[in-house]
Design a protein around this ligand. Structure first.
Ligand code: AFP
Length: 327
């Protein structure tokens, strides 16, 4: 079987990127181990503080953040590291040629109920060698990503990665303590009957999103002429993984709940890396009006609406938004 290291050696000539991915995968083994031990490793419950997003941090949010930060700032190739949990980027080796962004523990409300959680990462080039990296260096479009991926800590731990040439999925075998290739060239079906959205926000959505959900709920008897299923993991990693495995559409759209936030998800830590994976697997990713990886970021903690997954379904949702603008 092909190990992660062998796969990367064959697939990508950028040894610095490969080393960073392997570093993150190593930390993933530790996070996996802590999650397996759960209550016995004292990782459950609140940390007792809030992160930069004003959200309560869980103990494992803090532990995973510290583990990744330590490993990546130690890695010679990283000029800087930015975490969803920290206000500002942390400069590392100024001679490094890479910047790394991560969401250390995605879906943290799932930790205490023994449900799937994940780690998401994005790797960008660094062009100011010799100078200290700042937040501004990270403000690059999703298209600039050299690689992105996630670790999914579910019943089994898995890693999905793209270095810009397709998507590969690995399983972590705890017996061999290795990531082994399960599937290369992952492709997403263009059509789907499965959608993921937190429907409790319905009243806060814009009309086209309400219309879309009304249509899929109407199923066979409505304009779509087929029945749909709802799925919601409450950890984007879990929903994106399902979409990479069997298609579907995931939405965290614009809503009017909090006028200061254009959606819930973060562009740099969640939307961009997941968009790279989805597009590399033949899917689409949009805000409803703009391709996600075309967005020029203005803040490392910026939030964006996200609609991603099976190409034809995403295009259908975009079309509903276009129609509403014309009306
Ligand atoms: P947390 O990591 O703060 O729990 O948020 C997870 C997340 O950003 C994303 O992974 C989920 O899809 C989404 O939030 C879940 O949001 P709801 O709380 O609205 O279900």
């Amino acid at each position: 079987m092909t190990s992660l290291q062998d796969y990367l050696n064959q697939k990508s000539t950028n040894t610095a990127v490969n080393e960073v991915i392997l570093t993150i995968a190593e930390v993933g083994k530790t996070i996996n181990h802590l999650l397996q031990r759960g209550a016995f490793a004292d990782i459950l419950g609140e940390a007792g503080n809030q992160n930069v997003q004003g959200e309560e941090q869980k103990k494992l949010d803090v532990i995973a953040n510290d583990l990744l930060l330590e490993a990546l700032t130690d890695c010679n190739h990283c000029a800087g590291v930015a975490s969803e949990e920290l206000d500002d980027a942390t400069p590392a080796n100024s001679e490094g040629d890479l910047l790394v962004l991560f969401d250390p523990l995605d879906g943290s409300s799932n930790i205490d109920i023994n449900m799937a959680v994940g780690t998401i990462f994005s790797i960008l080039p660094y062009q100011r060698q010799g100078q200290t990296a700042t937040n501004a260096d990270f403000l690059q479009k999703g298209d600039a990503q050299l690689a992105a991926g996630y670790l999914l800590y579910g019943p089994a731990t898995m890693l999905a990665v793209s270095t810009g040439d397709g998507v590969a999925m690995f399983g972590y075998d705890p017996q061999q303590q290795e990531y082994l290739l399960i599937k290369d060239g992952v492709r997403i079906d263009e059509d789907t009957k499965e959608y993921a959205i937190n429907g409790s926000n319905y009243r806060h959505w814009q009309q086209p999103m309400q219309q879309y959900v009304d249509e899929v709920i109407a199923g066979k008897s409505g304009v779509r002429g087929k029945d749909f299923n709802t799925r919601w993991v409450a950890a984007m990693v879990g929903d994106v993984h399902r979409i990479l495995c069997r298609g579907g559409v995931f939405m965290y759209p614009f809503d009017s709940k909090d006028p200061n936030k254009a959606g819930k998800l973060r562009l740099m830590y969640e939307a961009n890396p997941m968009s790279l994976l989805i597009e590399q697997a033949g899917g689409s990713s949009t805000t409803a009006t703009q391709r996600i990886m075309d967005i020029e970021p203005n803040d490392i903690h910026q939030r964006v609406p996200v609609i991603l997954g099976s190409k034809n379904e995403v295009e259908y949702i975009e079309q509903l938004h276009k129609n509403a603008l014309k009306a």
